[in-house]
Each structure stands twice: as C-alpha cells, then as structure tokens.
Design a protein around this ligand. Structure first.
Ligand SMILES: Cc1ncc(COP(=O)(O)O)c(C=O)c1O
Length: 495
C-alpha cells in the first residue's frame, strides 16, 4: 500500500534555515552566559525528583519543536551536571573545559570529517597536533601518536603496543590461548590507576599478571622491589614484558623515578610505558619539569588533554617511540580500505592503524585551536598556578590545629582530613565521610575522597583553570565549620 510519505524525500536538514540559525545563536549566547557566570552557581546540586521524572519519557516517534526541546534541555539537563565546570570543583581528576575548546568542538562537529586518516586537511591538523604534543613532552620527532577518547583508552592502547612488541611470539595471530608460551607479566606500583587492571584483563593478560609493587613514603614505586619481582618471575619461567611508570598518581600526584625506571627497563629489555594522565604535562611548566624528568625516555606515554590542558571531554593522546611497533600492533588491510596513491584515500588511514577505532571524530581541532590561540606557555603557567594553589592549601591545612595533611603534595593533589585533637581516631573516617557529602550537598565545592594508608581522606585534585586562592580559603573554613557541627551532632546523638 502506498502512503503519503512515499512521495517525499526526507532530510534532517531544517526546512527553515533562518529559524535554526536563530535557535543556534540563542544556544551559543546562553552557553557563554552560563559559563561566564558559573562562579555564582552551585558547584553541584542533586537532580530533583520532579526533573528525574521529566527525563523519563517514551520513545518520541513524531517530531517536536526544536525550540521546545531546547527549553527542556535548559530546564532539566543543563543545571544538573557533576559540577566540573565550577571554580571550586576538585573531585577525581576532571578538567573544566574551555569556551574556545567548546567552540572548536562545535566546528569539528559541523565539519564532521572521518578521522581514520584520508587525504584531507583535518588529518594534517591531527599530524601537526601530534608533533606539537611530542615536542611538549620531549620525545623524539619520529615518535608516532594518536588522539583517543581518554586516559584509560590511551594507556590501554600503549599497553597493547607493548604486548605485541614484547610478547616474543605473534600475539595478534596466536592470541594468549596457546599453552606453550610463557605467562606474560607486567609491573606497576600499588598506586597505579585502575586502567591497568582493566587493560590487563581486556588484553587477555589477566589481572594476576599485573604485579603491584610496593611504594616508598612518598608513594613512588620501590625500584629495588620491582627488580626483585622481575627476577622472581623470570626464574619461575614467566616472561616480564612491561613496566608502568606513573607521572602523577591519581591518589596523591606522586611521580615515580622515571629516569630510574627507564634505566631498569633498558637493562632488563622491558617496555617502559608511562601513565602521565595529568602529570605528563608538568613537562611544559619550567618549575615542575624536573619532577617528570625521564618521561621522554618512555617507549609509550599516555596523557589526557581533558585534564591538565583543561579541554572539553574527550581527548587524550598516546605516543609510541617506535612508529613501526605502533603500526604493527593494529594495522589491517581489508579490501574495502584498499590503498591508493590518488584520490580521497591517497594519504591512507594512519590513525586507524594506531589504535582500535576506525571512525574517529576531529578531536584534534580543539587542541590545535587552543595551542594556537592561548600558546603553550599559558598552559604551563596554569599548571604552575594549580600546583601553587595546592601548596597554599597544604600550608593552610598545616597551620590549622583541626586539620591534618595526610600525604606529601608534590603536584596538584592535596589529601587531608578534619582531625581535632579531642576526637577519637576511630571516629575520624565517619566524620570526614559526612563532611565530604555535606560540602558537596551545600553546593559550595566538590572535593572527592580516597584512602591514604587506610585512612579516609578528603581529596582535592586541582586541574581547574577557574580556581582562585580565595576558593581554598573558603574550603578550609567550611571544612572546619562543618567538621565542628558534625562532631557536636555525633556527641549529642550519643547522649
Ligand atoms: C593517573 C590516571 N591515569 C589514568 C586515568 C584515566 O583517565 P580517563 O579518566 O581519562 O580515562 C586517570 C583519571 O583520573 C588518572 O588520574
């Protein structure tokens, strides 16, 4: 049966471009208004029950007015994020995003190029960005790289290259199923981020193959213990293949002795992978670069640009010193992606050959525009500013009789707790857990938490280009005030 729609060829372009243009201009103005006044807004607010209900709707089958849909977004979505745009957001490790980065994302989305490679300017932009990032972290110009969604995927991609290069057999062809190969083992400190476990599991190595090496008092890997662990595995017939070094651990911002690890890996013929999710970019801050010295010797290095380059999610980078090893870990030549010396495919698909993804977005544009418009030195200065602010916060904590610093502050992370002398140590975890949620619920600030040597810690990770010194004064005042109220509530509850 023929129906009315059969005669009409549809498109998702608007019927009235002027109408969409006006709506688009409104969206842009509203977003810039929001960002320019974000300091006056709560750092976080829970999604009200009424809004949750409004966000549960049946699958829309028929069109709604785009302006009305936008209005719903303004009311029900925009105000209720996890808060990372705010000047007092210091939870986990999350950048704020930047207004220019947002505009670049809009342009990238408008262009919508397919970034497997191809003979196109956007691919040249990504090549340029990778060359700049390589220079920023001090790796040699021949280094190969690719932009990826996040630190987890960038690290796992580096680990996949390591596994292929160092397995000692054709791991792509044989996999890890055959029983006649030695068990592959890899090493990282107990402070290594959870991506390493996900990676070991996903790559078929198994969580057990990831050896967690103890750390010293400053949360840096104990290289003697590492050397012994490698030796024990070798003697037992296993095949150590990779060491993960940390440039800025997630808990405390500690950096391993990267030069020492590079030396050990060279001696032991192990792949040296560095997780520099945020810490790698300390390399562009002159006063901090010595902390990450040795990072440039990595065989592979992963770092985020959505953390300490503050760019909107998602953008990270993995670099591999040996471009062939990088390619060989992923390259495929199916006939439908056949090579050509002319036409759209002339430049090949280099980015598809450096990771798992085939279809990729033009993430490089926001990095390219931001490095050009702000200059790399601005990022170096902001990273130094974040570390100065962290040191300032640590000094306030040390000067306060009610607060206790729980870990050294080598970079931008501060772990501390409310611990007045007259409160029993047994009660401190519970008190600080309550302080944390009260601070978040008040909308004042968003720190997160971790455990340091078993103790619950309030944790401030400063990758925030909007924070000011006064924000840390306010945090310290509020933690002390809320802490006192929580203690008196606990005491009166016991009576
Ligand atoms: C040290 C470290 N490595 C890896 C990651 C994972 O990065 P992503 O969240 O971008 O996947 C993080 C995230 O905070 C991190 O701090």
């Amino acid at each position: 049966m023929k129906n009315d729609h059969d005669d009409i060829e549809e498109t998702l372009d608007p019927q009235d471009w002027d109408e969409l243009r006006a709506l688009g201009h409104r969206m842009l103005d509203d977003t810039l208004d929001y960002l320019s006044s974000v300091r006056e807004k709560p750092a976080w607010q829970p999604v009200p029950e009424s809004v949750k209900r409004r966000l549960e709707q049946p699958l829309p089958t028929e069109p709604q007015d785009a302006a009305a849909v936008y209005q719903e977004f303004l009311e029900n979505v925009l105000p209720y994020t996890n808060g990372n745009r705010h000047p007092r957001f210091w939870g986990w490790v999350q950048g704020n995003g930047t207004p220019l980065g947002m505009l670049a994302d809009m342009l990238a989305s408008g262009m919508n190029p397919h970034m497997a490679g191809f003979n196109q300017a956007p691919a040249l932009v990504e090549h340029q960005v990778l060359a700049w990032l390589t220079e920023m972290v001090g790796m040699p110009p021949e280094t190969s790289g690719v932009l990826i969604g996040g630190g987890t995927m960038a690290n796992i991609t580096g680990l996949a290259v390591a596994r292929h290069a160092k397995a000692g057999f054709d791991v792509r062809e044989l996999g890890l199923q055959a029983n006649d190969h030695p068990v592959l083992t890899l090493y990282g400190s107990t402070e290594t981020h959870g991506w390493a476990q996900k990676g070991a599991e996903l790559l078929g190595l198994g969580n057990r193959a990831l050896r967690r090496i103890r750390v010293d008092n400053e949360f840096r890997i104990d290289i003697d213990a590492l050397r012994k662990a490698v030796d024990v595995d070798r003697r037992a017939g296993r095949r150590p293949f990779c060491v993960i070094g940390n440039a800025g651990t997630v808990n405390t911002g500690a950096t391993d002795d990267l030069a020492g690890l590079a030396h050990l890996c060279h001696e032991e013929k192990l792949w040296f992978h560095v997780d520099g999710a945020f810490g790698a970019l300390a390399k562009i801050a002159p006063s901090l670069a010595p902390i990450v010295a040795g990072i440039e010797q990595a065989d592979s290095l992963a770092f985020d640009l959505h953390k300490w380059m503050y760019l909107p999610f998602e953008v990270a980078c993995v670099l591999a010193r040996d471009a062939n090893a990088h390619r060989e870990a992923f390259t495929l030549k199916p006939s439908y992606l056949g090579e050509s010396s002319r036409g759209v495919l002339a430049a090949g698909l280099p980015f598809a050959e450096r990771g798992i993804e085939l279809t990729r977005s033009f993430r490089a544009l926001k990095v390219w525009m931001s490095l050009k418009a702000h200059g790399v030195n601005a990022f170096g200065r902001l990273i130094e500013q974040n570390c100065r602010q962290a040191r300032y916060l640590a000094d306030l904590i040390e000067a306060s009789p009610d607060l206790e610093l729980l870990a050294p502050v080598p970079l931008n992370i501060v772990c501390f707790r409310f611990a007045p002398k007259d409160v029993s140590p047994d009660a401190l975890d519970r008190i600080n857990e309550e302080i944390l949620v009260q601070i978040q619920e008040s909308g004042l600030a968003v720190p997160s938490s971790t455990r340091i040597n078993g103790d619950f810690a309030l944790r401030v990770a400063n990758t925030n280009h909007r924070s000011r010194q006064e924000d840390f004064d306010l945090l310290v005042r509020e933690v002390s005030e809320i802490g006192k109220t929580v203690v008196s509530q606990l005491l009166s509850a016991r009576k």
